[in-house]
Each structure stands twice: as C-alpha cells, then as structure tokens.
Design a protein around this ligand. Structure first.
Ligand SMILES: *[C@@H]1O[C@H](CO)[C@@H](O)[C@H](O)[C@H]1NC(C)=O
Ligand SMILES: *[C@@H]1O[C@H](CO)[C@@H](O)[C@H](O)[C@H]1NC(C)=O
Ligand SMILES: *[C@@H]1O[C@H](CO)[C@@H](O)[C@H](O)[C@H]1NC(C)=O
Length: 156
C-alpha cells in the first residue's frame, strides 16, 4: 500500500488523538505492559519517603503510584529502601510465605515500612487510608529467572 501524504498525516495524528481521548485508560494499558518487577517497585518501593511520618502519606502515594484503579486497594505496603536492596532479598534462601507455601524470601535485616490500610467506609474514588510506619522484615516472592521481586507477601 502506498502511503499518501494524507495517510501519513493521519498516522502521525492518530496516536496523539488516542492519548487525548483515552487519557488515563491509555496510561492504564501502558501500566499493564510493565514487567512484574517494575510493577512491584511501583507499588512497594519508596526510597525517599518524602512525607516521612505524616498521616497523609498513604492518601498521596496510593494515587501517585497509580495503585487504585477502579477500586480502592485494601492494604498496600511501601518499603523505604532502594530497588537494589529490595532485589537483594531475592538472594536469601526460600522460606514459608504467610500462607505456608515455601515460595518466599525474607529480608535479613528489618526495614522501614509504611502500611496503608483502607479506612472503613471509604468508597472509590475517595480512597482514604491509615498510614502506619514501623520496621519489619519483609517477605517477597521472586521471579526465578531474573531474581527480581515480583510480589509482596507480608512483613513480620
Ligand atoms: C510519628 O511521630 C511521632 C512523634 O515523633 C511518634 O510519636 C509516632 O510514634 C510516629 N508514628 C508512627 C506511626 O511512626
Ligand atoms: C523462566 O524462563 C523459562 C524459560 O525461558 C520460562 O519458560 C518461564 O516462563 C520463565 N519464568 C518466569 C517466571 O518468567
Ligand atoms: C501463598 O502465597 C504466595 C505468595 O504470597 C503465593 O506465591 C502462593 O501461590 C500462595 N500459595 C497458595 C497455595 O495459595
């Protein structure tokens, strides 16, 4: 097929139109193409902890990291460490996850974490959270091939 100038123009304009029309939906589809490890880092790793010990931390972060899509996630944990340190947990030997399946790796040291618990009665899109900071060991599931964390199991 020959590409006419008009077609060329529409080939350029079309992606722009898609972005404008679909907005967040387009962002969502690009999120669904991210790797499992990148998804883990987005949802669970925050080395900066820019809000420190503030009650609004979870309300801000659950939106900033695009964690609430069409519903309010009930529980999410942020770990205040680097990606490299989180990844190093995958080098620890396998241990039992919270449900008893021996599929998890447990951090040797305890880490600073913030747990975000959905407040009772809050309805999407008004997801409101309790932010609780503490230090704990984390349990993660890793991808056997890449040795990267892909699932946050629990903290103990
Ligand atoms: C937040 O900081 C206050 C005062 O420094 C402290 O008493 C409290 O335990 C902290 N809360 C959490 C959840 O870390
Ligand atoms: C690991 O690699 C094997 C072989 O390339 C593949 O079949 C498997 O799906 C991979 N596992 C994961 C979790 O990516
Ligand atoms: C138990 O939990 C781990 C991680 O949270 C998961 O990988 C595993 O599939 C679960 N096992 C069962 C039997 O549901």
């Amino acid at each position: 097929m020959e590409v006419t100038p008009t077609l060329k123009k529409s080939l350029v304009l079309f992606p722009l139109l898609v972005v404008v029309l679909l907005g967040p939906g387009w962002v969502h589809s690009s999120l669904s193409q991210e790797s499992q490890a990148d998804r883990f880092y987005r949802q669970h790793i925050d080395p900066d902890n820019p809000f420190g010990n503030k009650t609004s931390y979870c309300d801000v972060m659950m939106w900033r990291r695009n964690i609430n899509w069409y519903s309010c996630k009930k529980l999410n944990t942020f770990v205040h460490t680097s990606r490299a340190t989180a990844r190093a947990v995958c080098r620890e030997k396998l241990t039992a996850c919270r449900n008893g399946t021996v599929n998890c790796h447990k951090s040797r040291s305890s880490m600073r974490i913030t747990q975000c618990n959905l407040k009772g009665g809050s309805k999407y899109p008004n997801c409101a959270y309790w932010s609780t900071q503490r230090t704990a060991h984390i349990l993660v599931v890793c991808d056997g091939n890449s040795s990267k964390p892909i699932h946050f199991d629990s903290s103990v």
